[in-house]
Design a protein around this ligand. Structure first.
Ligand SMILES: CC(C)(COP(=O)(O)OP(=O)(O)OC[C@H]1O[C@@H](n2cnc3c(N)ncnc32)[C@H](O)[C@@H]1OP(=O)(O)O)[C@@H](O)C(=O)NCCC(=O)NCCS
Length: 392
């Protein structure tokens, strides 16, 4: 054992041999929400293969599954969807916050503050019961798209689009952030958005979910836990990667430049955003699903440059590094084709992941044990204190 590590009398002895930098491979809790399955399914939400959910479900069904624990019946889904539509509104003080935003702020910073403000205004703010947390979760699901889209449009000098009570979640989100296109292309975009929301909804103990669970484990309130999660998701090693991929594609500019660009980036030891994963070392099953939608959209939109650039980068990363694209890579292509502003890529991730986060907060608090691991001390050995007047 490292000489510098000394347990205080009465302190439970830590297992220092279990130390794993970045908690890699560590089982940090139990969950019934999501199974990362290196087999054919790739990933399961409450037992259902992600491919089946993406092929057959609406995002609302998946949200219900994560929050309530099972797939809804037809009437339950209708009731749930109607409730979500009926709550498409922001409290006055949050609306005023949105209207006073200055240009140039990052939407994820606005969202982090906005979620915290929604917590102050939630009618169940003082109630931490499971039922109240469920109502708070459902309100956030309805409010976050309005917060994201409204604030972005104000910051870019436009009027927010009005909520529309006739559209389901994915179509409504597209309407708010990009405007809805007509015809086959519009339908394909709505379908791709629905699928991307399903794929982003839940992913076990990723960094932002873990941040939410740590916060929830102190019995802090749900909005506090979600605020921590939003702050954590922003980083480019996590949710911020989808925006970083879009920025990379825009920087590359044309398919002819992609190969030289990525080879030079690798020579300079740069990380290529949208590749690699802490857990999914053999590839991310979600990537192939969204890739198909990105390819279809590029054909329907008559704009293949983003998809071609992405295919070239994909090939070179496989050949040179043996790394696979993660969900963020082709999602960025799909979002660019939908006309979604780059800075809204990570906030859109939140519109979906809010379901997984909230389900984890409730699961944590329903079976709570404070999350409080130990650190491996690497600091100075014990030493005598020198009073200020004797220090040189
Ligand atoms: C996701 C990520 C943080 C996982 O990191 P990790 O588990 O800590 O993996 P490591 O940092 O140990 O990487 C292992 C090796 O692959 C390389 N690598 C990992 N991801 C890479 C990437 N995107 N581009 C280039 N090289 C990469 C590392 O440089 C390292 O190589 P080395 O052993 O020669 O030093 C990492 O893959 C990454 O930064 N990806 C880009 C950001 C991203 O897409 N994030 C979204 C994740 S869903």
């Amino acid at each position: 054992m490292n000489q510098a590590i000394q347990e205080q009398p009465g302190t439970k002895v830590a297992d220092h041999s279990a130390y794993s930098p970045g908690l890699e491979g560590v089982i940090a809790g139990e969950s019934a929400l999501c199974q990362v399955d290196e087999g054919a399914a790739g990933l399961r939400y409450r037992g259902y293969a992600i491919g089946d959910l993406a092929a057959w479900s609406s995002f609302e069904e998946v949200a219900y599954l994560l929050l309530m624990g099972r797939l809804p019946t037809g009437s339950e889904l209708e009731e749930f969807s109607t409730w979500l539509i009926g709550n498409r509104m922001l409290p006055d003080s949050v609306q005023r916050f949105v209207e006073r935003l200055r240009p140039g702020l990052h939407p994820m910073d606005v969202l982090r503050t906005g979620v915290s403000l929604l917590g102050l205004n939630d009618p169940d703010a003082q109630d931490g019961s499971h039922e109240a947390n469920l109502r708070k979760s459902m309100r956030l699901l309805s409010q976050i798209p309005l917060l994201i889209a409204g604030s972005y449009r104000i910051m870019t000098g436009k009027f927010p689009r009005k909520p529309d009570q006739t559209r389901g979640f994915a179509r409504h989100l597209l309407h708010l952030v990009a405007g809805q296109k007509d015809g086959e292309t519009g339908a394909a975009m709505a379908e791709a958005m629905n699928v991307s929301l399903i794929l982003y909804a839940e992913h076990e103990f990723n960094a932002s979910t873990f941040a939410a669970r740590v916060t929830a484990s102190t019995l802090a309130d749900l909005h506090g836990a979600i605020t921590a999660a939003v702050a954590t998701l922003k980083g480019p090693l996590h949710g911020g990667a989808n925006e970083a991929v879009a920025s990379m594609l825009v920087e590359i500019g044309s398919p002819e430049r992609a190969e030289a660009w990525v080879r030079e980036a690798l020579l300079n030891k740069r990380r290529i955003m949208g590749f690699g994963h802490r857990v999914l070392r053999q590839g991310d099953a979600r990537s192939a699903i969204i890739q198909r939608h990105a390819e279809r959209l590029s054909q329907l939109c008559g704009d293949s440059r983003w998809y071609e650039m992405a295919s070239t980068i994909h090939r070179i990363m496989r050949e040179e590094k043996g790394l696979h694209p993660n969900l963020d890579f082709y999602t960025a292509v799909a979002y660019l084709l939908m006309g979604i502003p780059r800075e809204l890529s990570t906030p859109l991730f939140v519109c979906s992941r809010i379901t997984g986060w909230c389900a984890h907060v409730m699961e944590q608090q329903d079976h709570n044990r404070l999350i409080r691991p130990r650190a491996l001390y690497r600091g100075p050995a014990p030493r005598a204190y020198e009073p200020l007047d004797r220090r040189t």
